[in-house]
Design a protein around this ligand. Sequence first.
Ligand SMILES: C[S@@+](CC[C@H](N)C(=O)[O-])C[C@H]1O[C@@H](n2cnc3c(N)ncnc32)[C@H](O)[C@@H]1O
Length: 311
Amino acid sequence: MEQSLNHWSAYWRAGAQHSLPQDFEGNYDREIAHFWSEHFSQLDSTARILDLCTGSGAIAMLAHQSAPPGASIVAVDGAHVEPEALQAIWGEQSQTHGRIEFIFGCRIEALDEMRVGGSFDLVTSQYGLEYCNLEALSDRLVKLIKPNGKLVMMTHATDSDMSSTMSQEAGDYQMLKEAGYFKLLSSWSKNQISGQDLSDRLTRISNQLAPIYQKTASPLLAQVLETNRIVLAQPMGEIMAQASLAGAYLEQLVYAQSRLEDMRRVTQLVGNGDDWLQPLLDSGLTLQDSGETRIDGAHLAGRTWVLARPA
Ligand SMILES: C[S@@+](CC[C@H](N)C(=O)[O-])C[C@H]1O[C@@H](n2cnc3c(N)ncnc32)[C@H](O)[C@@H]1O
């Protein structure tokens, strides 16, 4: 069954510019921006660029900055991101004067020339295509690339800093589940628990998590402990009146866990050698280059791939 992308829609709507908000204050910069600008700046002014799994459009925005002025950009994602959210995320930079055409709510597996108005000189994907079903989409995707055109990707990597952070976080979510935190938030959001019981159980969970946080300094545990502290500092009546906030917080945690599970799944996929690329090669692309990108020359941000469609 096709997995819903609601957890990604929620992430972009909450204001994220890209997948590494802890590493960059604004859009991707340094080596990641450099990698992409090298590809965009080689294009001519009539070029068409297609960014797949664009999220809130980080790579499309980089294309807008470094591709020649006449080049046009189409950016596609399966998640739903409203124009107002994009405006809030990019501020003045969102004034691209119609140069970027965003298509949301569209799975890459369903993409064809009709949907995107023809084929492209350069197709890009940052932490993107590895989330999709390559078997299902490769033949159609190759038709979207012009002869002599390229598919350039930066994918997750198993030995990246991000990958070890993800393993720790997965353990934290498991711990929260075993401590009954999700169930408690659910009961609270449905008004199925008394104020005293809620307060006792929140206190118990915080007492259980605090020593673990002392050892690991986990950002997720820090956030949960702080939330509990704020809640427990309020009078009982006020706590009980916040059932809808408890529901929203639970949804936020569940979505974050779903994104984490998505990222762990695809990180493992690309970490198991180059086999995951095979459907693209079977559909006629050739691998021209592969490598890795490190931020500040040190932290591994991902693996890079350049594939070409022969003439
Ligand atoms: C890790 S994010 C990367 C977003 C962006 N490229 C970036 O670097 O910030 C992965 C994106 O892939 C999208 N996605 C996952 N599976 C998809 C599919 N089958 N079709 C279209 N988009 C998909 C998600 O909605 C999400 O926005």
